[in-house]
Design a protein around this ligand. Structure first.
Ligand code: PGA
Length: 239
């Protein structure tokens, strides 16, 4: 696992965007695994800028998002579908049919997960972007006694419902379930970049970097992958 520590959020965002841009330049028809949350917003802004400046072409790129709330309508302002179109997809020339996000309005959540897993596994992710929860979750793989390998339906922990309630009218309005890639789905990516900013991520980063693997900190499984870059700001690293 390689570590890069930057002064602030802006620098983290630029460093992450450079890695994504390099991937697209080296392999124009690459498959990107994408994340939501506040952390990657600056990276997406930078990628949109590079596209506007004529430096990047997304026309052959395929994307798979990590997760989506369940149940939720695509058009809900808080869906990850809406987030991705607002923060990235509407501003670049990615093909609509090359964008994949778990369908939070699927009638049968498990069938949706199985089909998502099949497609993402078939395509194979070249570069997976991750954030990290304060509790060490990646995607919606929450700390538990055991972790799911494949894309699955999961219940959000109280900690995550609380952390995400800042985007909703109230804590009650946060969907209590999600569809998420599993730990195995994430680890199958060829390269992984995890972003973390702010003091509230410090404990999770310490746990990630301490060289042990535990289901109490799902991100720690990234230690089993041979090409992971952790990019964080000083606050996340130093606390
Ligand atoms: P955040 O979420 O970027 O909004 O902090 C990260 C996560 O929960 O994975």
């Amino acid at each position: 696992m390689r570590l890069q520590v930057f002064e602030n959020y802006e620098e983290v965002s630029k460093a992450a965007a450079k890695i994504v841009a390099s991937q697209i330049i080296v392999k124009p028809d690459c498959v990107l695994g994408l994340a939501t949350g506040s952390t990657p917003v600056g990276m997406y802004r930078e990628l949109c800028r590079m596209y506007r400046d004529g430096l990047l072409d997304f026309s052959a790129v395929t994307t798979f998002n990590l997760d989506e709330y369940y149940p939720i309508d695509r058009d809900n302002a808080q869906s990850y579908h809406t987030f991705m179109w607002e923060n990235l997809f509407s501003h670049i020339n990615v093909r609509k049919d090359a964008v994949h996000i778990p369908d939070g309005s699927a009638l049968d959540a498990q069938t949706e997960c199985d089909s998502y897993e099949r497609v993402v596994t078939e395509k194979g992710v070249d570069l997976q972007i991750l954030g990290i929860g304060q509790n060490g979750h990646i995607g919606f793989n929450e700390p538990d006694e055991s972790l799911e390998v494949k894309t699955h339906v999961t219940a959000l922990t109280d900690n995550t419902v609380h952390a995400n309630s800042r985007f909703f009218e109230s804590e009650e309005a946060v969907p209590k379930k999600a569809l998420t890639m599993g730990i195995g789905t994430i680890l199958a990516a060829k390269k992984i970049v995890l972003l973390a900013c702010g003091k509230n991520k410090h404990d999770a980063i310490v746990g990630l970097l301490n060289g042990r693997v535990t289901t109490a900190l799902p991100a720690s499984f990234l230690n089993l992958h041979n090409d992971v870059i952790v990019i964080c700001d000083k606050e996340a690293y130093e606390g």
